[in-house]
Ligand binder design. Structure first.
Ligand SMILES: Cc1cc2nc3c(=O)[nH]c(=O)nc-3n(C[C@H](O)[C@H](O)[C@H](O)COP(=O)(O)O)c2cc1C
Length: 402
């Protein structure tokens, strides 16, 4: 469906070549100061044409607030956001009238709906993500103002070129059970300090100049495309978010991330590499934190245990496939089964990860916002009850603990 969230509900609308795309956001708290410019910052970061890895489609992606905000303040009513599609060129796609694009969504949309948008990717196009990014900017503004939440995503690999010291693929070294290889101290330091300004210094959005340069060189082939990964960290999320058992925090995060077009993989914390090391090395021992609460000395859990946030940094990685549309001729079949070759025309992203960065940040903000409103509703409801004094000590925190 086109709606995500329970209490912070985001509905996106629009196809790649229709009049406009956008979102309705229901459940934003009233009284939040919000202007179009607050939303525009992230939309501008998502725009195409900012590096040679992205499509040259020229869109300003200027957001227009339609409802829910007056005098720069949210009313608590549904917020309508609209972005015009200005650089539509339906004729770019005429070959695909005959051919479903291999590994794109043309054929599956027809199988499902029996009808599809006449050109471009329709709803499966990345234009749809404009509504997500706009909604995420609103969630993020509230989260930052009230809780100091910081969300930063960056490109951690393009093809086989990886940012050093990020969570990497499994090592072939059978005897190496050192978790430090997967989640190194340098990586943990990076995610605890990285800013969007640092990320945006490189057009590839990989915050390591030498690796960024190698990524740029590796994507010079204008006839082909390549995949990559985006790593994201969410800092200062309060503990207690997530709704076990089916709506565990990482399940909501995984759902949100895997709904982004072109995603193929999601891992949180130590991820797949963490499966290869024993518990004695993988466990996160508890330590006392300022204010009397417990924290963890390491953070292989990625900030979530039992499906509930534990106040540590939440970090995760998403795998994006190579975009399906390539100008190189491919042997395939037409809709009627006739074999043939397709060399797609039109404007396409050779690699989606630099543009996926603000989309990942937006979906992260939407998930945190929704889970926060749910937990706050529960806490408010519980706080209205008289205190219970009859429980055995094993059911509650001991005196002095927080
Ligand atoms: C930012 C972004 C830009 C994209 N640009 C393209 C593109 O130019 N060409 C293309 O074939 N797919 C592109 N995609 C991916 C398609 O939208 C997506 O792969 C396609 O709809 C098939 O869906 P699936 O990959 O989710 O299965 C892009 C995805 C994102 C997130």
């Amino acid at each position: 469906m086109s709606t995500y969230g329970s209490l912070f509900r985001v509905t996106t609308y629009g196809e790649s070549h229709c009049a406009s795309v956008g979102a309705i956001i229901d459940g934003c708290p009233p009284g939040l100061q919000l202007t179009e410019q607050d939303i525009q910052v992230q939309l501008t970061r998502r725009r195409p044409g900012q590096s040679n890895l992205t499509t040259p489609r020229n869109e300003k992606d200027q957001v227009h607030i339609q409802s829910g905000i007056e005098h720069g303040v949210t009313l608590g009513t549904p917020i309508g956001l609209l972005v015009k599609n200005e650089d539509q060129r339906p004729h770019d796609y005429s070959e695909t009238d005959l051919y479903p694009r291999p590994s794109h969504a043309d054929y599956t949309y027809l199988q499902k709906y029996g009808i599809k948008a006449s050109s471009g990717g329709g709803r499966s196009s990345a234009r749809e993500t404009i509504g997500r990014v706009a909604a995420g900017a609103i969630a993020e503004r509230y989260l930052k103002q009230v809780y100091g939440v910081e969300i930063v995503a960056f490109v951690s690999s393009v093809g086989k070129i990886h940012l050093p010291f990020t969570t990497g693929p499994s090592s072939d070294d059978q005897d190496n059970d050192d978790i430090g290889d997967a989640v190194s101290p340098e990586f943990l330091k990076l995610i605890s300090t990285i800013t969007r300004e640092e990320v945006d210094k490189q057009p590839t959005r990989c915050p390591h100049p030498e690796t960024a340069e190698r990524m740029t060189q590796a994507t010079k082939d204008a006839q082909d495309s390549i995949g990559g990964t985006v790593t994201c960290v969410i800092r200062n999320v309060p503990g207690g978010l997530g709704e076990p058992v089916f709506d565990k925090f990482e399940a909501k995060l995984g759902h949100a991330m895997l709904s982004i077009p072109a995603t193929k993989a999601f891992e949180i914390g130590s991820g797949f590499r963490g499966t290869e090391v024993p518990g004695s090395k993988h466990n996160d021992p508890f330590i006392a934190r300022d204010g009397g609460k417990l924290g963890t000395g390491t953070n292989w859990s990625g900030g979530v245990q039992g499906g509930i946030t534990n106040s540590e940094d939440i970090y995760f990685r998403i795998g994006f496939k190579s975009p399906a549309t390539i100008s190189q001729a491919q042997q395939t079949a037409q809709y009627d089964g006739t074999p043939g070759t397709l060399a797609a025309r039109g404007r396409h992203d050779p690699c989606v990860v630099p543009r996926a960065v603000p989309i990942v940040e937006a979906m992260a903000a939407i998930v945190v916002m929704d889970q926060l409103l749910i937990q706050n509703a529960r806490k408010t409801a519980a706080s209205l009850l008289p205190p219970v004094t009859t429980l055995p000590p094993t059911m509650i925190l001991p005196p002095g603990a927080k």
